[in-house]
Design a protein around this ligand. Structure first.
Ligand SMILES: [Zn+2]
Length: 314
């Protein structure tokens, strides 16, 4: 059954028309938050944070470093695991005076006390009238599976409904495709989606058709786990670069050897936050066309101390 998809554009944070054309530079920072995910997207003054990592303290350091206190930020929580949402609590700390404009998450019921508290804080801002709370299952609140938001510098972010029947939190991860101004840079992020859901992106949701899955950069699903990548997934995405977010010491064996082998078979380079620190992707590159990659330390295609073979699949 084909999914009918409507492309709706809504302008994020575009409350006031400006005489001056906003800067179209697109900056994506895959923050070094340890074992977890937090990706900060900036374009023309719009800021979107995809997940907040496992620690409020660590995210707080980045909020200070990038001078985001007092600013307006929209948030997408890919799925409800602590290594993705714990840090987000810091956005609601009063002293930071941060306006959270939109907050997307799948809104699945959770017994977790911390997540409930975070949802209470979201609810309080909704009542104040400063925050719009959206479900990733209905991202534009119009019944359609795909919602496209336009940032002030012209970049677009496609927010795609997760598998409604996804088994477990990982397979309820929202998929995101970031498209730079003039379609010059593209990136795919899908939280911790595993094989069941990444198969569904193609066969169930037909995201390979709309909005299309081919990208320049892939944020490795599930921290470089073998459960987050298949040859078919890479065939659809056709990235030229992979970035992975993980902690050097983790109990999961990330990045899994099988995942790295799959990247190597496609001659794909990767950077990883545990070995490279925060990874900054910038479009346009300072010199010439394309995008630039900046890391805090180390080179490409490194291994980490926890890397091992996964026993499940892959
Ligand atoms: Zn995770």
């Amino acid at each position: 059954m084909s999914v009918i998809v409507a492309l709706l554009a809504l302008v994020l944070l575009g409350a006031r028309a400006e005489a001056q054309r906003p800067d179209s530079t697109l900056i994506v920072r895959v923050l070094d938050v340890g074992q977890g995910d937090a990706v900060l997207i900036e374009n023309g003054g719009s800021r979107v944070l995809v997940d907040g990592g496992p620690s409020a303290k660590v995210l707080g350091r980045y909020l200070d470093q990038y001078r985001l206190n007092g600013d307006t930020i929209s948030v997408i929580l890919t799925h409800q695991h602590a290594d993705h949402y714990m840090g987000l609590r810091e956005l609601f700390a009063k002293r930071r005076r941060i306006t959270v404009r939109y907050f997307w998450e799948n809104q699945d019921p959770s017994p977790n006390v911390t997540l409930r508290r975070l949802r209470d804080q979201i609810g309080a801002r909704v009542r104040e009238g400063s925050l719009t709370y959206r479900s990733t299952d209905d991202p534009c609140a119009n019944g359609q599976p795909l919602c496209t938001i336009t940032l002030r510098g012209g970049a677009k972010l496609h927010i795609m409904r997760p598998d409604p029947n996804g088994d477990g939190a990982n397979n309820r991860s929202v998929a995101l495709k970031l498209v730079g101004p003039d379609s010059a840079f593209t990136m795919w992020m899908a939280g911790d989606a595993e094989h069941e859901e990444t198969d569904w992106f193609e066969r169930g949701a037909h995201y390979d058709v709309t909005p299309g899955m081919s990208v320049d950069v892939l944020k490795a699903d599930h921290h470089g786990s073998c459960t987050g990548v298949t040859p078919r997934y890479l065939e659809l995405l056709r990235p030229s670069l992979v970035v992975a977010s993980l902690g050097a010491v983790n109990d999961y064996g990330h990045m899994h050897e099988q995942a790295k082998e799959m990247f190597q078979r496609r001659q794909l380079d990767w950077y990883r936050t545990d070995q490279n620190g925060t990874i900054t992707l910038k479009w346009p590159a300072v010199a010439g066309n394309g995008f630039s990659i900046e890391v805090e330390r180390g080179g490409r295609n490194l291994s980490g101390p926890s890397d091992r073979r996964c026993r499940e699949r892959g």
